[in-house]
Design a protein around this ligand. Structure first.
Ligand SMILES: Nc1ncnc2c1ncn2[C@@H]1O[C@H](COP(=O)(O)OP(=O)(O)OP(=O)(O)O)[C@@H](O)[C@H]1O
Ligand SMILES: [Mg+2]
Length: 331
């Protein structure tokens, strides 16, 4: 198995690799799901590369990007005269992929009526070109991907249940980046090196404070967001190290106070106890500093990164806030 292009060692990703190793050698249909930017396409390409079909065509098609009226002809081809602009016969992507893999990307966007035809192909391994009467038989493995929750789409009546089950023989779920722990750093270092090499920039590093904040941020755009961010840093960062002040407000203000990561507050407020400090193996100064840091970041977060407002929330002067942030290297 060669998965060297897919960076990550988290347990969440190891599980994906394990399934990948099992399904790659087979002809089974696979449905890859995961939030936008989690690496679905990268994974599907790896699946093809590690399969016995590797030397045969890999034919991707983005079902969401091609107008509905054209998608069927793109997939299955058409005969001359099948519709107004069909001046000559044309093979579709299933024919072009014979012996290889067809990747139906964004399958959740596919029209109901075309879904029936895909189902028929999966069951009978044959199809007809538009306007044609002769069935075509091809040997194609189908892999589909979507960032939608197809089960929900089935419930809503937007996606055929029978096709869903047929596609979902082997589901692979790509975990969001925020659940991959230290993979954030592996990926960040990998992308940073890639972009620095490309632009012949000195070897930029990431400071530990910045790392901490990057780890806490929720990365809604997942690996793609991190990749783009590292590219920006490689070009814009003027220091030897990426410091918290180089980070955009959204990452900065997420520092430990991301809404969905907020610790559940006890029903009744209680002042911290000695054992809270002890549990964390901190001394008084570090403990108080940490509490202050949390409150500063929370205020910044509530204020959408606007320091004036954050200072007002905290009841301190703007200059005091800036001083504190600087001292804590929070930018
Ligand atoms: N584990 C990874 N290691 C290295 N690069 C990755 C990894 N995961 C994703 N990438 C990179 O991140 C970018 C986004 O990945 P990809 O296009 O595969 O995501 P996707 O899940 O298909 O997103 P979308 O749902 O928006 O189509 C690509 O440039 C890809 O190479
Ligand atoms: Mg994609």
């Amino acid at each position: 198995m060669d998965t060297s292009e897919i960076i990550g060692q988290s347990i969440a990703l190891e599980n994906v690799f394990r399934i990948l190793a099992k399904v790659a050698p087979t002809d089974t249909t696979v449905l890859v799901t995961g939030e936008s930017g989690t690496g679905k396409e990268l994974l599907v390409r790896a699946l093809h590369k590690n399969s016995p079909r590797a030397s045969k065509p890999f034919v991707p098609i983005n079902c969401g990007a091609i107008p509905k009226e054209l998608l069927e002809s793109e997939l299955f081809g058409h005969e001359k005269g099948a519709f107004t602009h069909a001046i000559r016969s044309r093979a579709g992507r299933f024919e072009l992929a014979d012996g290889g893999t067809v990747f139906l990307d964004e399958i959740g966007e596919m029209d109901f009526s075309l879904q029936v035809k895909i189902l028929r192909f999966l069951q009978e391994k044959e199809f007809e070109r538009i306007g044609g009467s002769r069935p075509h038989k091809v040997d194609v493995r189908v892999i589909a991907a979507t960032n939608r929750d197809l089960e929900k789409e089935v419930d809503k009546g937007n996606f055929r249940e029978d096709l869903y089950y047929r596609l979902n023989v082997i589901p692979i779920v790509l975990p969001p980046l925020r659940t991959r722990g230290d993979d954030v750093f592996l990926l960040a270092d990998y992308f940073l090196k890639k972009f620095c090499d490309k632009c012949m920039i000195k070897n930029l590093k990431i400071s530990s404070k910045a790392r901490e904040l990057m780890r806490t941020y929720s990365w809604p755009g997942n690996v793609r967001e991190l990749e783009n961010f590292m590219e920006r840093m490689a070009i814009l960062c003027e220091n030897q190290e990426i410091m918290p002040e180089d980070l955009p407000d959204k990452i900065l203000s997420a520092g430990g106070v991301e809404q969905d990561k907020m610790p559940v507050m006890p029903a009744r407020f209680e002042w911290p106890r000695l054992r809270d400090m002890d549990d964390r193996k901190m001394n008084l100064k570090d403990f108080l500093d940490k509490i202050e840091e949390q409150l500063l970041l929370e205020a910044l977060h509530s204020a959408g990164g606007i320091k004036n407002q954050a200072a007002e929330i905290l009841g301190i002067k703007r200059t005091t806030l800036i001083e504190k942030l600087k001292k804590k290297q929070l930018g």
